[in-house]
Design a protein around this ligand. Structure first.
Ligand code: FIX
Ligand code: ZN
Length: 412
């Protein structure tokens, strides 16, 4: 396609051809076999679909949770695809994924879809998905507090370098009372009191797991009630352990702000909600710790504008992603356009948050198209002002937005 082709087509083509470095997912290196989810039943029982399905079926919670995964997938397929039109973003995602895999979903029932997936060898399926999604690397979520995952790390399996480590520390800084005895069991001499000796041991723990994971950043998800500075364990641990650790290791601290865990526990993992954060806490973090870098995504739509304005003020702040309830076409367009208009290209528009390997296909197909549309509209306004963008410039920007900018922010 020549540079005389319509701008929107050039942008679409370049974005589609640019490999993405997906900075945050819940996927695992294929060597961690029992932890890597894929296939139609996993897609259908994704927690986004679980919460939607309960609105459309009257299956009691206990009945659903005591069912096998196959039966749960049957319930969800019937409720969301057979008895109602699958217009939600998460439902549409299943169809985009199947379609890209060459399957016409209306010509199949679940039994034949299961057969189709069962014919794949996991390693081949990984290659197929990464290639269809044009994903170059996958940021994992690695938690030292996950026993099943820890066992894999301790087994020192040969690693696939495309699956990149990220140190996840929610239980450490949000649940110190339960975390401290676990650290002690693992050989870190943390006391009950928060003092320098305990901080040093927490830092040793963070350093050990950073090395084990080859982590390029350290991450936490936070409730909307976070305040900083503040009395209490969370702010103390951030100040005395996490931020010094990040400075020592040249790592950003990634914050996912605004999740209200277990708003409805009957929904289990699908039961988390959203709340508006007070971003004064983030402003204080950025301004009090200029030698630290913060990569931040906010779950509440109401926090998006303030996040972008803060990023204009603090160059140690890098907004990323349209997370979870904001990963919908309308909000991606709104948020990405706002970020482009206030930050240029100095942010990372999207991460997939995929939990099922197959989802990389739809999450990136949908997001690439939307990011491309927002970008093309901006370039059109530049052309109107006499600044015609070249393909090389579009390529530079696409590389930056699809992970290049974040890699630099991480010091890679
Ligand atoms: O905290 C997180 O990393 C969230 O992304 C998850 O907790 C959440 O369940 C999710 O998958 C959202 O997309
Ligand atoms: Zn996540």
């Amino acid at each position: 396609m020549s540079s005389s082709a319509p701008l929107s087509a050039r942008v679409e083509r370049i974005l589609a051809a640019t490999p993405v470095h997906d900075i945050h997912t819940h996927l695992y290196d294929p060597a961690f076999s029992s932890l890597l989810s894929w296939g139609i039943d996993e897609q259908l029982t994704y927690h986004y679909l679980v919460s939607e399905s309960f609105r459309q079926m009257d299956v009691p919670f206990d009945r659903f949770w005591s069912a096998s995964k196959t039966e749960q997938a049957d319930f969800i397929w019937n409720a969301l695809f057979v008895e109602h039109s699958p217009v939600s973003e998460a439902c549409r995602g299943v169809l985009t994924t199947l379609n890209a895999l060459g399957i016409e979903p209306r010509k199949h029932d679940l039994a034949s879809l299961r057969k189709w997936f069962a014919a794949w060898k996991p390693a081949d399926f990984v290659e197929r998905v990464l290639s269809l999604a044009n994903v170059a690397s996958v940021g994992m979520t690695n938690s030292p507090f996950d026993d099943e995952e820890r066992a894999y790390w301790n087994a020192n399996l040969p690693r696939d370098a495309r699956f990149r480590g990220a140190l996840r520390i929610d239980p450490l800084i949000l649940g110190w009372t339960e975390a401290a005895p676990r650290l002690r069991r693992w050989g870190y001499a943390v006391g009950n009191e928060l003092n320098q000796a305990t901080a040093d041991e927490v830092r040793r723990f963070l350093a050990d797991y950073t090395r084990k994971y080859g982590a390029s950043y350290c991450m936490v998800s936070l409730p909307p009630t976070l305040s900083y500075p503040a009395a209490g364990e969370t702010a103390w641990l951030i100040d005395h352990a996490v931020l010094p650790h990040c400075r020592d290791h040249g790592q950003p601290f990634a914050l996912m702000m605004g999740v209200k865990r277990a708003v409805n526990p009957l929904l289990r993992m699908a039961g988390d909600g959203v709340g508006r954060s007070d971003l004064t806490a983030l402003q204080n973090l950025c301004s009090a710790n200029p030698a630290n870098r913060f990569a931040v995504t906010c779950l509440a739509r109401e926090n998006q504008h303030e996040l972008v304005v803060l990023a204009r003020k603090f160059r140690n702040l890098h907004p990323f992603g349209c997370w979870w309830f904001t990963n919908t076409p309308q909000l991606i367009e709104e948020i990405t356009t706002m970020r482009l208009e206030l930050l240029g290209t100095s942010f990372t528009p999207q991460h997939s948050d995929a939990r099922v390997l197959d989802q990389l296909i739809y999450k990136w197909q949908h997001s690439r198209a939307l990011i491309g549309r927002c970008l093309a509209r901006k370039y059109e306004t530049l052309e109107a002002a006499g600044w015609a963008v070249t393909d090389a410039e579009i390529q530079r920007d696409a590389t930056e937005l699809l992970g290049g900018g974040f890699a630099r922010f991480c010091g890679l």
